[in-house]
Design a protein around this ligand. Structure first.
Ligand code: CMP
Ligand code: MG
Length: 400
């Protein structure tokens, strides 16, 4: 094809009438039309049939480029045309890194279309091999099916009352009294039993289900706080985790406000936990968000402190109340002098800024003692208690 001029490596020029590829050719690329028009035709059953004419901005040849099957039609230039060449790998690498359910969908649609093409070809002796690209039954597609079914179940979980809040006590490390609880969401699936929290929270975030679920959590945590308070003279704080998606939701703060009014909980006793990552991800939003929280009287804690971007600038800019030092530092501090120094330094930092500090993941008495001797105010972890259903948490209050 001497008259086909390769302008650059990725660009080809076709004069009117020139064939780009023939039906049944082996293929390694797709094309995007930069200028001109391309006709797609097939000559099954003896006669040539034009399937479509494509213009600037449209892509063709993607089917074979994706699944490696021979060309399902002939492409030729109806006018002079300039095409951008998209090599298979450019497409396939995108597909490989795509979200599993999207891959599943792409596979389903491609196979459907291949099937239709073959119905049309039947009797011509020119049926194309069925594609194995993104085939069902592979690990990836099974994973995607599991994920999307779990997502449907999660939609119903609230209605079916499968979600529950468990409460992990937060302990004053000097007096060993309970100063509050962190509300943790649990899902007991009718068929699969307990679903790990990380897994379903991830799904809830991707699908925005986190918004109604988060609202349910907030409402119930506030109601339960009032019920807990009947069991102790100490003023309790309820910590509620807020995800990035909720944080980004414009209506979230007015929901918080409504919930406070509806439940008549004291906003000073409500602490919203956000991670450093969430603060840094929403660069422009946090200041406003935190200011509005403060106007509502709600407290803010930084969750998993020290594991995110660790930009200390937000501690200077934002009116934070509490740092929750990540469990990884607590776990390492006895054997790793550096982790211990970090715990000490974070504690000093918190106190210098007038913030409370909570150590996460305390599992051993020695960790409790060490943290208390450093001057860390509060902590939580298996040493004191796992997260318990409401009644179990009440028992903890009644015991102390
Ligand atoms: P591929 O099979 O790689 O090569 C031929 C291309 O023509 C195909 O990818 C699609 O891009 C396009 N094509 C095939 N069938 C049709 C159709 N029925 N309508 C429009 N375009 C088609
Ligand atoms: Mg938390």
């Amino acid at each position: 094809m001497s008259s086909v001029v390769a302008l650059e490596t990725a660009r080809e020029h076709y004069p009117a009438g020139r064939v780009v590829f023939q039906e049944y050719d082996a293929a390694s690329s797709a094309y995007v039309i930069e200028s001109g028009f391309i006709e797609i035709s097939t000559s099954i059953h003896g006669s040539r049939r034009v399937l479509t004419v494509l213009g600037p901005g449209e892509m063709f040849g993607e089917m074979a480029a994706l699944d490696g099957t021979p060309r399902s039609a002939t492409a030729s230039a109806v006018t002079d045309a300039t095409l951008t060449v998209i090599v298979s790998d450019q497409l396939r690498s995108r597909v490989e890194s795509a979200e599993p359910v999207l891959r599943l969908l792409l596979g389903v649609i491609l196979r459907r279309f291949r099937h239709e093409q073959n119905l049309f070809r039947r009797g011509s002796g020119n049926v194309l091999e069925p594609t194995t690209f993104l085939a069902p039954g592979t690990e990836v597609s099974r994973g995607a099916v599991d994920k999307i079914t779990l997502e449907s179940d999660l939609r119903d979980a609230l209605k079916r009352k499968e979600l529950a809040l468990h409460y992990q006590p937060i302990i004053n490390l000097r007096s060993s009294t309970i100063t509050g609880f962190e509300a943790l969401l649990r899902w007991r699936h009718t068929k699969h039993g307990r679903i790990p929290t990380q897994k379903f929270i991830g799904i809830a975030e991707e699908t925005a289900l986190i918004v109604p679920i988060g609202q349910w959590v907030l409402e119930n945590a506030c109601k339960d706080l009032l019920r807990f308070q009947e069991h102790t003279a100490n003023e309790l704080t309820m910590c509620v985790n807020v995800s990035g998606r909720q944080f980004a939701e414009p209506g979230f703060l007015s929901e918080v406000d409504d919930t406070i009014r509806r439940t008549s909980v004291d906003p000073q006793r409500l602490e919203l936990e956000i991670t450093e990552g969430v603060l840094m991800d929403h660069r422009s939003a946090p200041l406003q968000w935190i200011e509005q929280c403060k106007q509502l009287g709600v407290r803010i804690a930084i969750d998993d402190f020290g594991t995110g971007f660790s930009s200390l600038s937000y501690l200077a800019s934002f009116d934070i109340d509490t740092l929750k030092i990540d469990r990884s530092f607590v776990a390492a501090m006895e054997n790793d002098p550096r982790s211990l120094k970090i715990v000490r330094a974070v504690n000093q930092l918190a106190h210098a800024l007038g913030l409370d500090i909570i150590a996460e993941g305390i599992e051993e008495p020695a960790q409790h003692q060490l943290l208390a001797s450093i001057g860390v105010d509060s902590g939580q972890g298996y040493l004191f208690s796992r997260a318990k259903p409401f009644d179990g948490a009440v028992e903890l209050l009644d015991r102390t």
